[in-house]
Write a protein that binds this ligand. Structure first.
Ligand code: BV8
Length: 233
């Protein structure tokens, strides 16, 4: 098989689990500790902004206590060494891909290290708490919210992602349960484009039947192995 020219990689919470960041749907995961409707919807934010700002302030601060793992580093190595195109799309709002050495990362669900002004729409790099309502660096309005995509909101970079899926030869999904759309629908888009679809996950996901190949195990083992294979092509 000729080496794939265009690779699209989608990652989820599972790739950061071994770094100590809770996944969402696992036992004791984030969605067991907090009701999605309360902390990850525009309606929840309108109802109780302090609860939501506190939730994301906690997760942003916790980034200082974690570090990228072998899976993050392996994907950075692939991006740097591969002769073809490698587009890295993540559902994660943590910064471990970048801290693992990755160059371009499309955060389709936003980032903890960014703040969105609801007055002027500016997105600013941010690493402090938001609960004290600090002023927007551009318009000075005390109207900053976490720059994450909540349920019912349009994900970022959808145009570029669909463009890449239309021409990808290899689609790889890592550490995601395939429960949240539109990300969970990318495998169908890739298949329709004739791509080979590979899943690397701890357990079968909701979309496993849509992949040509599923490898089960921890990302810190499966991802470096897979990257070595591709770079040996
Ligand atoms: C939208 C940011 C319009 C905030 C998040 C179609 C059908 C049904 C419903 C919908 C539909 N289309 C839209 C919807 C509604 C909704 C949706 O999907 N609802 C679901 C619940 C049914 N989607 C939306 O509202 C989206 N917006 O659709 O806008 C539109 C439509 C089309 C085109 C454009 C616009 C917005 C959704 C984004 C919500 N924000 N995050 C925050 O982080 O707080 S979602 C959040 O949850 C994550 O970002 C991620 O996306 C999702 C969690 O999923 P995973 O990352 O997969 O994590 P999970 O815990 O579930 O699974 C972890 C996996 O890892 C497991 O499989 C496990 O086995 C594995 N694992 C664990 N450890 C390891 C491991 N694997 C390897 N190694 C390990 N060590």
């Amino acid at each position: 098989m000729a080496p794939p020219r265009n690779i699209v990689i989608l990652t989820g919470a599972g790739i950061s689990a071994e770094s100590g960041i809770d996944t969402f749907r696992s036992a004791g995961g984030l969605w067991e500790q907090h009701r999605v409707e309360d902390v990850a919807t525009p309606e929840g934010f309108a109802r109780d902004p302090d609860l939501v700002l506190g939730f994301y302030d906690m997760r942003r601060a916790a980034l200082a206590d974690v570090a990228p793992n072998a899976a993050h580093r392996a994907l950075a190595r692939l991006q740097a060494a591969y002769s073809g195109e490698v587009l890295l799309v993540t559902q994660n709002v943590d910064d471990l891909h970048e801290r693992g050495g990755a160059g371009q990362v499309l955060h389709m669900h936003g980032e903890l290290k960014s703040a969105l002004c609801t007055a002027c729409g500016t997105r600013s790099r941010w690493d402090r708490a938001l609960i004290e309502r600090p002023p927007c660096p551009v318009c000075a309005a005390p109207m900053l919210r976490p720059d994450v995509v909540w349920f019912g909101e349009m994900p970022y970079e959808m145009g570029r992602i669909y463009q890449a899926l239309e021409v990808c030869d290899l689609f790889v999904s890592i550490g995601t349960s395939g429960a949240v759309y539109p990300a969970a629908g990318f495998v169908q888009e890739a298949r329709a484009a004739g791509a080979h679809c590979l899943e690397l996950n701890l357990e079968p996901s909701e979309g496993s039947h849509l992949f040509h190949e599923t490898r089960l195990g921890p990302a810190s083992v499966l991802v470096p192995e897979w990257v070595d294979e591709v770079l040996a092509c």
